[in-house]
Design a protein around this ligand. Structure first.
Ligand code: FES
Ligand code: FES
Length: 161
């Protein structure tokens, strides 16, 4: 019996086909094989959310996802959030509003915010706090993160054609 499985998926818009061990964790695949080190490893137990990515648009803790399960899916990471020549609107909002200090939780928060604003382009504070409640920040207190999400909604609106 083969000890490898083939997967074919997309990461930040780039198609990837590869052979992996069946027990490969998506977080490790992204960081170690694809050098997407913007995806942070912290608790590695599905608790803190630092490793949050989007799978077909839905936030997921990549430390708790077997890589074979994203076969055929589109994965988005913080490394795909930039725009030509700079930061994307959600990243800019976090920078403007001081939504981070050490920055370790920020990639996960940015990915959550990206998914939130697709579902609710003009979220209220209750929706924002509910969405970010899955992720832990040990530095800022959460008000500046809430402010960052609100600002990201504004910047997204300004970017609309
Ligand atoms: S590192 Fe994945 S949830 Fe904490
Ligand atoms: S900014 Fe340090 S953990 Fe959130």
């Amino acid at each position: 019996m083969s000890s490898r499985v083939s997967i074919d998926f997309e990461v930040d818009g780039v198609r990837r086909s590869e052979e992996i061990a069946p027990n490969t964790v998506l977080l490790d695949l992204l960081r170690d094989r694809h050098a997407l080190t913007g995806v942070k490893a912290s608790c590695e137990r599905g608790v803190c959310g630092a490793c949050t990515i989007l799978v077909d648009g839905t936030p997921a803790a990549s430390c708790g996802v077997f890589a074979f399960s994203v076969d055929g899916a589109a994965v988005e990471t913080i490394d795909g959030q930039g725009r030509e020549g700079g930061l994307g609107p959600v990243q800019r909002a976090f920078a403007e509003c001081g939504g981070f200090q050490c920055g370790y939780c920020t990639p996960g928060m940015v990915m959550l915010t990206t998914a939130l604003l697709r579902a609710h382009p003009e979220p209220d504070d209750e929706q924002i706090r509910s969405w970010i409640s899955s992720n832990v920040c040990r530095c800022t207190g959460y008000q500046m993160i809430v402010d960052s999400v609100r600002r990201a909604a504004e910047l997204n609106r300004e970017e609309q054609p």
